[in-house]
Design a protein around this ligand. Structure first.
Ligand code: SF4
Length: 389
C-alpha cells in the first residue's frame, strides 16, 4: 500500500531553481526546445515578464529570501542575452532567493558567445559552472547540426571560461547522420583532451515537428545503423571512464565531485521551481507546465494570468512511479531506503511482476539496496522505464 498522506509543501531549506532563457540565433534542425530564433528584440519583454513570474512564487523579500542550493539557467541559449540583460536576470532572481553556502550556479553557453566580458559577467553574478554546447569536434558534423562554431574555437573558449570558472561541462551529440563510430570516438577523445570536469553525451533524436524529422522522412538524413549507435553509446560510457570520469546518469559523466548537483536533485525527485516559457515545476506532487510558446507565455504573464497552462496533482502511486523513472536514470538507480522514505512504499512491491520480468531479461538488477539498470539495460532505458509506468 502506498502512503496517501500528501508530501509537505512550503519552503524547504534548500531548493533548486531553473530559469529557461528562450533565445537562439537560429533554430537548429533537430531542436524542439521552447525558444524563439532571431527575436532578440523580445529580450527586454521577457525579462520584465520573468520578474512578474518570479513575483507569483517568491515576492521580493530582502530579509527572508529562500536559500537556493542550485540555480540553473538553461535554454535556448542563456548567453544570447547581453551582459546587462544577464545582470538584470540575476538581479531579479536574487531579489527573491539567496544562494546557500557552496551553492551550484550553472549556465548553458554557446561557444560562439563566449568572450572575457561574458565570463566576467557570469562569474561576478556567482556562476560557478558552465555547460558548453560543443556537440562535436568534427567540422562536418557541426555543419549537419547547424551549429555556428568551429572545432578549432573550443580550446580558446575553454581557456576563456577557465580564467574565472573552472567547473566546465561539454555537451556532445552522437549518431549524427553521416557520421560513424570512429568519428564519435575522435570527438570523445578531443573533448577529454581538453580536461573538462563533466561530459554530457546525447544520442541525436528526431522529434516530430522538427526540420530533421521531415528531412529524415524525405530520405535526406539517414541515421547510423542501430548497431553502430549502440557502439557509440558504449564508447560514450567507456572512453570517459578510462579517462577517470564516473558515469552517474545515463548521459552524464563527471570527474569525482563534479556531478551536476542541479540535475542530481531532479533525478533524486526533489522539488524544484522553474520559470520561463515551457518550464515545468514539481512541488509537493503538483506538476505545472508553463505555456510552451514564448509569445503565449509572455502574453499570459503580461495579462497577470498564471504562466502555466497545465496543472496535475499526482496521486501517491503516480508520484512513486514517476520517482522510479527519475531514479532509474541514475547509475545507482532506485535506493530502497530513500524510496521508502519519500513514498512510504517498497519499490519491489510497487513494480511487482514487471520487475521480475525486466530482471529475467537482464535489463535491471535488484537487491536490498535497491533497483538499477544493468549495463545492457542502459542501452534500452526508455523501454525499461515504459514497462514500469
Ligand atoms: S542552440 Fe541549442 S537550444 Fe538553440 S536551437 Fe540550437 S540546439 Fe536548440
Amino acid at each position: 500500500m502506498l502512503d496517501s498522506s500528501p508530501a509537505p509543501r512550503g519552503p524547504s531549506v534548500h531548493r533548486s531553481v531553473y530559469v529557461h532563457v528562450p533565445f537562439c540565433r537560429h533554430r537548429c534542425g533537430y531542436c524542439d526546445f521552447t525558444l524563439v530564433a532571431g527575436r532578440d528584440d523580445l529580450a527586454d519583454r521577457y525579462l520584465a515578464a520573468l520578474d512578474r513570474e518570479l513575483d507569483r512564487v517568491a515576492p521580493p523579500t530582502p530579509g527572508g529570501r529562500v536559500e537556493l542550493d542550485t540555480l540553473f539557467l538553461g535554454g535556448g541559449t542563456p548567453t544570447r542575452l547581453t551582459s546587462p540583460q544577464l545582470d538584470r536576470l540575476f538581479a531579479a532572481v536574487f531579489r527573491r532567493y539567496r544562494l546557500a553556502e557552496g551553492a551550484e550556479v550553472s549556465v548553458e553557453a554557446n561557444p560562439s558567445d563566449v568572450t572575457p566580458e561574458l565570463v566576467d559577467c557570469l562569474a561576478d553574478a556567482g556562476v560557478n559552472r558552465v555547460s558548453l554546447g560543443v556537440q562535436s569536434f568534427d567540422a562536418d558534423a557541426l555543419k549537419v547540426l547547424e551549429r555556428d562554431h568551429a572545432p578549432a574555437d573550443v580550446p580558446r573558449v575553454l581557456e576563456t571560461v577557465r580564467r574565472r570558472i573552472e567547473n566546465i561541462s561539454l555537451d556532445l551529440i552522437y549518431a549524427v547522420p553521416g557520421h560513424d563510430l570512429a568519428g564519435w570516438e575522435a570527438t570523445l577523445d578531443a573533448a577529454l583532451a581538453l580536461e573538462p570536469t563533466h561530459l554530457s553525451t546525447y544520442g541525436l533524436t528526431f522529434e516530430k515537428g522538427t526540420a530533421f524529422w521531415s528531412r529524415r522522412r524525405k530520405g535526406e538524413l539517414i541515421s547510423p545503423p542501430e548497431e553502430s549507435e549502440r557502439a557509440m553509446y558504449a564508447a560514450a560510457m567507456d572512453r570517459p571512464a578510462a579517462a577517470g570520469f564516473r558515469q552517474y546518469e545515463l548521459s552524464s559523466h563527471a570527474r569525482p565531485g563534479s556531478e551536476c548537483r542541479h540535475n542530481r536533485a531532479y533525478w533524486c525527485g526533489d522539488d524544484f521551481e522553474a520559470f520561463g516559457p515551457g518550464a515545468a515545476n514539481l512541488l509537493g506532487g503538483v506538476r505545472r507546465m508553463n505555456h510552451r510558446g514564448v509569445l503565449g507565455w509572455l502574453r499570459r504573464v503580461e495579462a497577470g494570468e498564471p504562466p502555466w497552462i497545465e496543472e496535475e496533482t499526482l496521486d501517491p502511486e503516480e508520484r512513486a512511479r514517476e520517482l522510479v523513472m527519475l531514479n532509474l536514470r541514475r547509475v545507482e538507480g532506485v535506493v530502497s531506503d530513500d524510496f521508502a522514505r519519500r513514498t512510504g512504499s517498497a519499490v519491489d512491491d510497487l513494480l511487482g511482476d514487471d520487475l521480475v520480468e525486466q530482471r529475467r531479461r537482464g535489463l535491471v538488477e535488484s537487491d536490498e539496496a535497491g533497483v538499477r539498470l544493468t549495463r545492457d539495460g542502459r542501452f534500452v532505458a526508455d523501454g525499461v522505464m515504459a514497462a514500469f509506468l
